[in-house]
Design a binder for this molecule. Structure first.
Ligand code: URP
Ligand code: ZN
Ligand code: ZN
Length: 462
């Protein structure tokens, strides 16, 4: 039996802040106790005095190796989960993709093959449904039985991932009957495609036009429609990557009616804006993602939504494409820029910065980054908290250390940082995954294959 003791730190969970020692045996937290009031011994002791001891982050929205726009997201499961660990995230939930015409099974098997034996930290899988039909609907309960309990549908990207309203309603009905959770990319894709065509015809080809055609109202309209379809189906709904205050208002209105509607936003919508999309010399391409970055004045509404629980989760939507050779595919035509931003390594630090800046309390930081995503996707209390019986996914976090985010020092396999030059207060010092030390004071000690697939139960907010 291996015993590890983390002593003297301030343990912060979504529920509590307490000075406590944490005892870990065989990869599991077995006890918390008042410092000095126990006689625990351990082979390995970490002194966390002056530091926070927090649950490992749960990033419920990543896309390692996602095929998109004729290329692939540049992080593999190996490089992406290593970067996650560097940033204090010890669980990711990635998206397996059903290709059009193929089965969900084939997509899921392909993603298991990509991820299996390669991850540094534990991982779960959602399923992207790009072809809702009788046969794929029938497959949904089987996937739920295997621990893939959430299904992403797209109201955007006609011809690629898009589902029409009838398909969405059918998938929601099946989710309602079987306990699945529909995750919605809520943007009116057909309308956006018209605006893209018109913009390009006017010669508006720069990255900033990506943000202009993907209008906030079209995110809000799709969000409203998704909520009504979920009501008709009697299904819960989780809206991914909410960026527009008008879309958030639709979620808040649904929640005020007591509907099981949930929302996620991402660090890029909280810290970046259309000013980044407008950077000259095609630099704006680094910030092309969908939903798009919004004008700065949307950020206050998102922070408020996180405080009032109209938004429950902050995930990264980590979907990196290198500037050289990948983002550059869209020079002269913004619609050809692969959509997505890197960030899996930065989320815990950026959200801690939000604590420093007064947007969030410490407990809310841990709630939106660890506990709520674990609950939302059926992993709690194994993940997302520090309590007897939880996996010993633990981060010792130095709240006073400062560092500067940069492509020169990050570990994501991408040639730029969306947060280049931004100095943050707070830094991951030590990371344990199921009791194994993955990172300690700047030294990476993890290995591919340590991370295990996590079969998930259904949403724990229902
Ligand atoms: O721009 C984004 N978000 N890329 C990843 C795919 C998606 O829609 O989540
Ligand atoms: Zn999406
Ligand atoms: Zn995504």
């Amino acid at each position: 039996m291996t015993r590890t003791l983390i002593s003297g730190g301030l343990v912060v969970t979504a529920a509590d802040e307490l000075h406590a020692d944490v005892l870990i045996e065989n990869g599991v937290v077995v006890a918390l106790a008042l410092p000095g009031r126990h006689h625990w011994t351990a082979e390995r002791v970490f002194d966390a005095s002056g530091k926070y001891v927090v649950p490992g982050g749960v990033d419920a929205h990543t896309h390692m190796e996602l095929p998109f726009g004729g290329t692939f997201a540049s992080d593999t499961f190996e490089t992406g989960t290593r970067a996650a660990a560097w940033g204090g995230t010890t669980t990711i939930i990635d998206f397996a993709v059903q290709s059009k015409g193929a089965s969900l099974r084939a997509g899921l098997d392909a993603w298991h093959a990509k991820a299996g034996g390669r991850c540094a930290v534990d991982y779960g899988l959602h399923m992207i449904m790009s072809d809702v039909n009788e046969s794929t609907l029938r497959e949904m309960p089987g996937l739920i039985g295997e621990g893939v309990t959430s299904f992403k549908l797209f109201m955007a990207y006609p011809g690629v991932f898009y589902s029409d309203d009838g398909q969405i309603l059918r998938a929601m009905q099946q989710a309602a009957d079987t306990g699945g959770l529909v995750m919605m990319h809520a943007e009116n894709g057909p309308a956006i495609d018209v605006l893209v065509e018109q913009a390009l015809a006017r010669g508006e080809t720069d990255p900033r036009h990506h943000g202009e055609v993907r209008k906030a109202l079209l995110e809000a309209e799709a969000t409203h429609r998704a909520v009504q379809l979920a009501r008709v189906a009697g299904a819960p709904l989780y809206v991914v990557h909410v960026s527009a205050r008008e879309a958030l208002a639709e979620i808040a209105a649904a929640r005020d009616l007591g509907l099981p509607v949930f929302g996620e936003t991402c660090p890029q919508y909280l810290f970046l804006s259309t000013d980044n999309l407008a950077e000259p010399d095609f630099e704006g391409a680094k910030y092309v993602c969908s939903t798009p970055l919004r004008p700065k004045d949307h950020q206050a509404a998102l922070w408020r939504g996180l405080r009032t629980d109209d938004l429950q989760v902050v995930s990264t939507d980590h979907c990196p494409f290198c500037f050289k050779g990948q983002k550059e595919l869209g020079r002269g035509d913004f619609s050809k820029i692969p959509n997505g931003l890197p960030g899996v390594e930065n989320r815990m630090d950026l959200l801690h910065q939000a604590v420093v800046d007064g947007h969030l309390t410490r407990r809310r930081w841990i709630d939106i980054a660890c506990a709520a995503p674990a609950r939302m996707f059926g992993l709690y209390p194994r993940k997302g908290t520090l309590a007897p019986g939880a996996d010993a996914d633990v981060v010792i976090y130095d709240p006073h250390a400062t560092h500067t985010l940069s492509a020169a020092t990050h570990h994501m396999n991408v040639d730029y940082s969306a947060y280049e030059g931004r100095t943050v207060t707070g830094r991951v010092e030590t990371v344990l995954s199921r009791g194994e030390v993955v990172l300690d004071r700047g030294q990476y000690l993890g290995r591919p294959g340590h991370g295990a697939f996590l079969p998930r139960s259904t949403c724990q907010y229902l």
